[in-house]
Design a protein around this ligand. Structure first.
Ligand SMILES: Cc1cc2nc3c(=O)[nH]c(=O)nc-3n(C[C@H](O)[C@H](O)[C@H](O)COP(=O)(O)OP(=O)(O)OC[C@H]3O[C@@H](n4cnc5c(N)ncnc54)[C@H](O)[C@@H]3O)c2cc1C
Length: 396
């Protein structure tokens, strides 16, 4: 029997899941992506050791290493550039991998190319509209905006922040405004002020009234990515965000105003157990952990293991439900750990406020890293290997 899987979304988690599913007997999977072929999207992202471990397992790590900027140390500095602490964002000797800064499009394209090489079908211009499970049949019906309909045995919704699959799996789940804004961009190193030459990059600058990161983002180190995350209480509609995104002057003003002066959970599996959500569709993270992609890749690898486990029973409904239940439980615990780390980073990046509180903060950060070491309490995040999950799957 062939078990047909539809993966919604060819971002990061979707193609990773398809590659992982190659090792599951009798599974045939197709990726449906709403964007046209060759569409490029995103900005520079950091891939932590736990993300790179997954990319190694699916055979794309070496390609990424030839493109991205590998680094181990991330320097925390104050607004004047003075060092406060050093954090190991990755470390080959401890985690098996350094960290990597790379443009998201390179990661997404490499994943898609690997899928095409391995003959995984990707159908573009297919925007999922509705999901329908008929009672009395194990088939799920998917309808796309272009009017096409397909019937499959299982659906993995890896369709990002504005997920249609999530609306089906967890109809009551509400989007929660996290009260943060991220501004990001990049330029060539030669365009930076010469003062940058006395500062070791990558560095995160935690100032009295703001945070900014400056990070080499390609293999040569000439492409320099920068980003700033800030508390931004004012929620806006999607149209208003698009308007702001297109208004570069307004964005410059937001940054200038700072730098010139010196969660919610939803279900991951539907009630019948034939539709799941993962990646950003299930748990978009605030941008202070640099771990959203890691989580999408981990989710995908664990889901493939859960499906492989259920494949020994030909995907019998109760075996599938049991495996997926274990997957959901495991991922929730993992997500809570990552969210704690992400929230801690948010506090670290928040402006100190007055001169006094900023000084106290800089000393507190210095003392913390002196005490916990350069691992910065991220060891459990970066050491994570999905083999941990395999051991949790009970016989079906
Ligand atoms: C500015 C920025 C910086 C970031 N920095 C980092 C970082 O440093 N480190 C890190 O780990 N993470 C970072 N992230 C987060 C990371 O990019 C995401 O967590 C990751 O891309 C999630 O992968 P995903 O596959 O779940 O979703 P996505 O990558 O968003 O992919 C979803 C895919 O689904 C498609 N889709 C959506 N709706 C439909 C539909 N109805 N039908 C068909 N297809 C659909 C979309 O077109 C897209 O291709 C950052 C994000 C942003 C925005």
């Amino acid at each position: 029997m062939v078990f047909e899987v539809a993966i919604i979304g060819a971002g990061l988690g979707g193609p990773a899941l398809a590659l992982e599913l190659l090792s599951v007997p009798n599974v045939k999977c197709t990726i449906y992506e709403m964007r046209p072929e060759g569409f490029e999207q995103g900005q520079h992202i950091s891939l932590a050791p736990n993300a790179l471990r997954v990319t190694e397992n699916i055979g794309i790590f070496k390609k990424l290493k030839g493109i991205g900027n590998s680094y181990e140390e991330l320097h925390f500095r104050n607004a004047q550039g003075s060092p406060i602490a050093t954090f190991h964002n990755g470390k080959e000797s401890d985690y098996g991998y350094a960290a990597m800064r790379i443009h998201r499009r390179h990661v997404q394209q490499t994943l898609v190319e690997e899928c095409l090489t391995k003959r995984i079908k990707i159908v573009t211009d297919m925007r999922l509209k509705t999901i329908h499970e008929q009672s009395g049949t194990s088939k799920v019906q998917l309808t796309f905006e272009n009017g096409q309909t397909v019937f499959v045995d299982f659906v993995a919704g890896v369709d990002g922040l504005h997920s249609v699959a999530r609306k089906y799996v967890a109809p009551g789940a509400e989007d929660v405004w996290a009260g943060m804004l991220g501004v990001t961009g990049y330029l060539q190193k030669s365009k930076l002020h010469s003062s940058i030459n006395r500062i070791t990059l990558p560095s995160h600058f935690i100032g009295q009234n703001g945070f900014i990161a400056i990070m080499p983002s390609d293999r040569s180190g000439n492409e320099i990515g920068f980003f700033s995350t800030m508390d931004f209480p004012e929620e806006r509609s999607r149209a208003q965000w698009t308007e702001l995104f297109n208004d570069k002057n307004a964005i410059r003003e937001i940054l200038r105003a700072i730098y010139t002066k010196d969660h919610g959970w939803c279900d991951l599996v539907d009630s019948i157990g034939r539709v799941v959500v993962l990646g950003d569709a299930a748990h978009a993270m605030i941008p202070t952990g640099g771990l959203g992609a890691s989580l999408a890749l981990e989710d995908a690898e664990c889901l493939a293991k859960a499906l492989k486990h259920a494949s020994s029973t030909n995907f019998d409904s109760s075996a599938l439900k049991q495996s997926l239940g274990t997957w959901e439980e495991h991922r929730r615990v993992r997500l809570a750990l990552v969210q704690e780390f992400t929230n801690r980073n948010r506090r670290l990046r928040q402006p100190g406020g007055s001169w006094l509180t900023q000084t106290i903060k800089e000393w507190a950060v210095w003392l913390l890293f002196k005490f916990v070491g350069s691992g910065g309490m991220a060891e459990a995040i970066y050491q994570y290997d999905t083999k941990q999950f395999e051991k949790m799957l009970l016989p079906v």
